[in-house]
Design a protein around this ligand. Structure first.
Ligand code: SF4
Length: 269
């Protein structure tokens, strides 16, 4: 049986009394949640067994984050099949040779062919792979400005900023507080470049997760009873060389990668 095509299809089954026994304000709100797979149909106690039995197979399954990433990756790989990789090489700061586009991710080679097959010296998890493919598809090839800005100053960044601070900056700070070799590893394993005097931070280094989307990490050590702090900055051209979802995704991907590395090193987060 095919899934519900829209929320109205669910709504038509309800008695429209807005009785709130399902903990939703209205029947329409409940119908929307059922359609999105966020609530099962049987949470409306007013519906009879016969209806529930009849429409059981139409309920959408809620995707896990992992499944969502995988499906996004599949869509991006399909889009890559229609992308001129030779032309893209000029935009994205890469080279095209023998049917493959090669760019540097954290200074390491990453190649992709026109079927969407990826080849790299580093482990590419879906958190990193999706923004990389998005970058190849959407990068405009604008030169770097050298001006560092927080995410909220990029186009569309204000809407994503709350989540970005929670999921990327605060998580990264937590890793930096406990994983004492973090910055050395960022330099030696991920080709980070130490830079000076950025916002008077104790440590400032630049990573190149994508050739035209560098990331500046500034860390302030704890001092005199004050907590440590960490902020991430992007070149002001980042919203042209990658849209805000790609920029947000690459920062989130780095954090996931370092959470895994730090746990491997026995650092409890
Ligand atoms: S319990 Fe059913 S009838 Fe009552 S508000 Fe929710 S969906 Fe509507």
């Amino acid at each position: 049986m095919s899934e519900f095509a829209n929320a109205m299809e669910v709504f038509k089954l309800l008695d429209k009394s807005n009785c709130r026994k399902c903990n939703e304000q209205t029947c329409l709100a409940f119908a929307s949640k059922v359609f999105l797979g966020e609530k099962p149909l049987d949470q409306c106690p007013v519906l009879g067994k016969k209806v529930l039995e009849q429409y059981k197979g139409k309920q959408k399954k809620k995707m896990t984050n992992e499944a969502y990433r995988e499906s996004m990756l599949t869509d991006l790989k399909n889009e890559i099949k229609f992308c001129d990789l030779e032309y893209a090489a000029q935009r994205v700061g890469g080279v095209f040779s023998k049917g493959k586009l090669t760019i540097r991710i954290f200074g390491k080679q990453f190649s992709i062919d026109s079927s969407g097959n990826m080849f790299s010296d580093i482990h590419i998890n879906p958190w990193i792979a999706a923004p990389v493919l998005g970058y190849i598809l959407h990068c405009k090839g604008v030169p770097l400005t050298g001006k560092w800005v927080p995410l909220r100053e990029l186009k569309g960044g204000r809407e994503k900023n709350g989540l970005f601070v929670q999921r990327s900056e605060k998580s990264f700070k937590q890793i930096a507080d406990r994983y004492t070799h973090l910055f050395e590893d960022l330099i030696f394993i991920f080709n980070g470049e130490k830079v000076k005097n950025h916002y008077e931070s104790d440590i400032a280094l630049v990573l190149y997760p994508l050739p035209k989307v560098p990331l500046l990490i500034c860390y302030w050590k704890p001092e005199d009873g004050m907590e440590s702090d960490l902020h991430l900055f992007f070149d002001s051209s980042a919203d042209m060389n990658a849209n805000i979802d790609i920029v947000y995704g690459i920062a989130a991907g780095i954090v996931v990668m370092f959470e895994k590395i730090s746990m491997k090193h026995g650092v409890a987060l």
